[in-house]
Write a protein that binds this ligand. Structure first.
Ligand SMILES: Nc1ncnc2c1ncn2[C@@H]1O[C@H](COP(=O)(O)OP(=O)(O)O)[C@@H](O)[C@H]1O
Ligand SMILES: [Mg+2]
Length: 309
């Protein structure tokens, strides 16, 4: 069952680390390609969805690469431990993964695996049962390891696993934002709702964003959002903001078969353009709200150093 109490105390303990005295640091250099100046601190976005196969990994990879193509520093953490989707999706062959970090044989910097356009991947181990069942302490250690990065990126995207495990809940609750990927299938809607419920009830997350994946039109995407938003309004005290849609696109499937991101191979395809738009929208998000348990950001130390926060 869900171990809300244990997780809550761990999250609180992590939150206390935000109470560090501020330090000053030079402002980062402006990025090319997007209208806004780079973020003043790392923004952590958990990509979640409840159900498997709805496009979480696809969205994580293509959103991350779109942001990187626009000049942002982006790290993508494969938090689907034990399955290592992202390596395979991008045709990468990592020699080290999270398991090595946990057994102390390498540090977080050694794990950063270069992908096209400057995107960096933190790979999950593949086929490792132990990693698929990380304990809460191990998961906190993974989160804490990001404090050791020499330079925090503009964005840390976290591609979460399917389901409602503590694993997923903790990564989602620890992030600044949760981006839900939903497609037009009853099980996607019910699983997304279940995830919203757990995250709001047990972790005080009140604000979510949603992208409609594999729909035909923007209108269909909006309808899907309205379906979920209506039940949220009725039964949960959460806000669900619509971020746009990614069309079902054969080009995207072809890119997957070629082990590449569609935004890299065919940036002007329908899905490629949708991801570019999504990246532009993400880059205009205001500062994250800090509610409930006090939202935990990864990179707390660097965040404080970079912003005086
Ligand atoms: N927008 C899309 N258009 C076409 N196919 C898609 C799209 N998004 C996802 N898919 C298909 O769905 C499959 C599962 O996507 P994936 O990102 O691995 O899901 P998840 O991470 O949620 O399990 C992909 O391999 C791809 O074939
Ligand atoms: Mg996945």
């Amino acid at each position: 069952m869900h171990q809300a109490t244990g997780l809550e105390s761990m999250l609180r303990a992590l939150a206390e680390r935000h109470g560090r005295p501020p330090a000053s640091a030079p402002a980062p250099a402006p990025a090319q390609g997007l209208a806004n100046p780079p973020r003043r601190r790392c923004r952590t976005i958990a990509v979640a969805g409840g159900k498997g196969g709805v496009g979480k990994t696809t969205v994580s990879v293509n959103l991350g690469m779109s942001l990187a193509m626009a000049g942002r520093e982006v790290i993508l953490l494969d938090a689907d431990m034990g399955l290592a989707n992202i390596d395979v999706l991008l045709g990468l062959t990592p020699t080290r993964h999270i398991g090595h970090l946990l057994d102390g044989s390498c540090g977080i910097e050694d794990l950063l695996l270069p992908a096209p356009h400057g995107l960096k991947i933190v790979p999950a181990g593949s086929g490792t049962r132990r990693l698929a069942q990380l304990g809460n302490g191990e998961q906190a250690a993974v989160i804490r390891a990001f404090d050791d990065l020499v330079a925090p990126p503009d964005y840390l995207l976290v591609d979460t696993a399917a389901g409602l495990s503590d694993n997923v809940a903790m990564f989602a609750a620890a992030a600044d934002d949760v981006l839900l990927v939903v497609c037009d299938e009853p099980a996607s809607l019910t699983d997304a709702y279940a995830l919203l419920k757990v995250l709001s009830r047990d972790f005080g997350v009140r604000r979510f964003r949603m992208v409609a994946n594999m729909v035909r039109t923007l209108g269909e995407g909006r309808q899907l959002h309205q379906k979920l938003a209506r039940v949220c309004d009725r039964f949960l005290d959460v806000a669900l903001e619509f971020m746009g849609h990614v069309p079902s696109d054969e080009r995207l499937r072809q890119a997957i078969r070629r082990q590449s991101a569609v935004v890299d191979l065919w940036p002007s395809s329908r899905s490629g353009q949708a991801f570019k738009q999504l990246a532009g929208a993400v880059d205009t998000w205001g500062e994250p709200e800090r509610l409930g348990l006090d939202r935990i950001a990864f990179f707390s130390r660097q965040a404080a150093a970079a912003t005086g926060w």
